[in-house]
Design a protein around this ligand. Structure first.
Ligand code: CA
Ligand code: CA
Length: 313
């Protein structure tokens, strides 16, 4: 039994799997509410060209840089949900705060008018695919519509997704398989969505929000056929224990099997094998029975196969 086991995910450091992935987690919000662990906390919402060097969720420097290219308000919002759905890859520290802007001048604190906000991701790899889950939440007694339109632009031109932040605890905006432009860049812009009527004291300001992003980089097109577009699959290494948490969302019921292999492809053990209904579920695995080293976790769900690497230390 290993006493102090540390688990690290190595999702992109090796090339021998065609299913390699790298997951990058970004929390936009207050510097008093940063997300612990291998998160990128972006807390400057208004200084143009401020940069964040991104690490992946195993703490490895990705070489990717987030640059603020279109200011949001210099105020931040801290009224997002503290109870995000357990199937989401975002902790409460990430869901409760967000960058925001508005399309009508807002003078409650300092006058501000930021009808769009956005940034550029640079240092991305040509030929790779980048998929995004975007979260925003604004808990309010109002039932107004605070939908935000996100536009992500890579090599193939803009793609858009909409998310209503009003009282949101479960939904994400998701855009899949975007390839960078020839400069290795993808841009992300946020603004009010078409039905946004967010108001304060009877005045419509069209507040829009950006709270957190999970970005997944893959060598091949990320399948969204079986894994749902909202939950997909998330694996949480926990550096303080031997437990790995795997969360999965299924679009339809499926037989789900999770197997561990060593890096030579030798079967080690099955950690899960059940029929599961459509929807989200979480499976925990205590890895203490397996020696330190690099492994492959293979998940079969129906006819879909998903593989990722696990480094057990
Ligand atoms: Ca702006
Ligand atoms: Ca946040």
């Amino acid at each position: 039994m290993k006493k102090h086991t540390h688990l690290l995910m190595f999702l992109s450091a090796f090339n021998f799997l065609c299913y390699a992935q790298q997951i990058t987690l970004i929390d936009f919000g207050l510097n008093t509410e940063i997300s612990a662990g291998n998160w990128n906390n972006v807390t400057d919402s208004s200084t143009l060209n401020s940069t964040t060097n991104l690490i992946d969720n195993s703490g490895i420097n990705t070489g990717e840089i987030l640059v603020l290219t279109d200011a949001f308000d210099n105020d931040l919002n801290g009224f997002g949900t503290l109870s995000p759905d357990v199937g989401l890859p975002f902790p409460a520290s990430a869901t409760r705060d967000s960058f925001f802007g508005e399309s009508i001048e807002f003078t409650e604190s300092t006058p501000s008018l930021e009808p769009t906000g956005g940034f550029t991701l640079s240092g991305l790899e040509a030929g790779k695919y980048y998929s995004f889950k975007i979260f925003a939440s604004r808990m309010t007694n109002l039932n107004d519509n605070r939908e935000t339109l996100y536009t992500i632009t890579g090599n193939a031109g803009p793609q858009t997704a909409i998310l209503n932040a009003t009282n949101n605890t479960t939904n994400v905006a998701a855009l899949f398989n975007i390839t960078p432009n020839q400069s290795g860049e993808i841009t992300i812009q946020a603004e009010k969505g078409p039905d946004n009527n967010a108001s304060l004291d009877g005045i419509i300001y069209n507040f829009y929000y950006l709270g957190a992003i999970e970005m997944t980089k893959t060598d091949t097109i990320l399948s969204t056929d079986s894994f749902s577009s909202t939950g997909a699959i998330n694996i949480y290494p926990n550096p303080s224990s031997e437990m790995i948490t795997i969360s999965l969302s299924l679009k339809e019921s499926a037989k789900v099997k999770m197997d561990i292999y060593d890096i030579n492809g030798k079967f080690i053990k099955t950690i899960f094998n059940e029929d599961k209904p459509a929807g989200s579920f979480i499976q925990k695995w205590n890895s203490s029975s397996v020696a330190s080293g690099l492994y492959i976790l293979q998940i079969n769900a129906g006819d879909k196969i998903y593989k990722t690497k696990l480094m057990l230390k």
